[in-house]
Design a protein around this ligand. Structure first.
Ligand SMILES: CCCCCCCC(=O)SCCNC(=O)CCNC(=O)[C@H](O)C(C)(C)COP(=O)(O)OP(=O)(O)OC[C@H]1O[C@@H](n2cnc3c(N)ncnc32)[C@H](O)[C@@H]1OP(=O)(O)O
Length: 187
């Protein structure tokens, strides 16, 4: 997943949240960040200085694969959610096209995974990015890392492909910001 050599590092959008600002959940029902999913990751991301974010996720018993250890797919989801938050800093609507994860160390239940993601290149509709998850603290040992490719899409991607029930409910939300974020950031 190598970008062309001349692909620039993406720039922060002038309207991006300020460095240090919490991004909040883009959609209450999102498995990664939503508050309405009891077994979701409840991941909390914060804007960095460039097109980068940090986030934390604490592994719950509902996230187990082997006894006492996080499921690999759940860890990939945490990386995906963190990487997806980068799109908010570029104000781009994009979905995950490819996500490659390296599992370096087991992640026990109860651990807080400290995630860090940054965009590396942009080429047409393609956004290349990378992330790491560290155990116990931002300087802790690396447990997981990922490289990913996000593809820019139109808002129609969600409206045409999502189930009617949820699309209608999201569109009917009286809160304009929530309504916009449900669609403008990839669910
Ligand atoms: C804060 C928010 C956090 C959110 C985190 C969670 C994010 C998510 O989980 S999103 C949900 C998971 N992802 C999806 O459902 C996406 C499903 N896939 C699709 O809808 C389509 O395949 C889609 C939109 C990605 C691409 O389709 P389409 O728009 O037709 O574009 P297409 O022409 O095929 O590809 C565009 C470019 O990307 C490349 N590309 C597309 N997919 C891939 C891939 N998997 N690997 C490598 N390259 C790819 C193509 O080769 C093409 O490159 P080039 O421009 O150089 O020719």
């Amino acid at each position: 997943m190598k970008p062309p050599a001349d692909a620039p590092v993406p720039a922060r959008h002038p309207d991006a949240p300020a460095p240090g600002e919490a991004l909040g959940s883009h959609y209450g029902e999102c498995f990664g960040c939503g508050g309405a999913q009891p077994h979701g990751l409840h991941l909390e991301a914060r804007a960095g200085e460039g097109v980068n974010v940090t986030a934390e996720f604490t592994v719950q018993p509902a996230h187990q694969g082997a006894p006492g250890l996080a499921h690999g797919g759940v860890l990939s989801a945490a990386l995906d959610e963190t990487l997806g938050a980068l799109n908010w800093l570029m104000q781009v609507i994009a979905v995950t096209g490819r996500l490659e994860t390296d599992f370096v160390r087991p992640v026990p239940v109860g651990t807080t995974l400290h995630l860090d993601a940054h965009a590396t290149a942009r080429h047409g509709r393609k956004i290349f990015c990378a992330a790491t998850g560290r155990l116990g603290g931002p300087e802790g040992p690396v447990a997981v890392r990922a490289e990913a490719l996000y593809i820019e899409v139109r808002v129609d991607h969600f409206i045409e492909n999502g189930r009617d029930e949820e699309i209608k409910a999201a569109m009917a939300d009286p809160d304009q910001v929530r309504r916009a974020r449900a669609f403008e950031v990839n669910p």
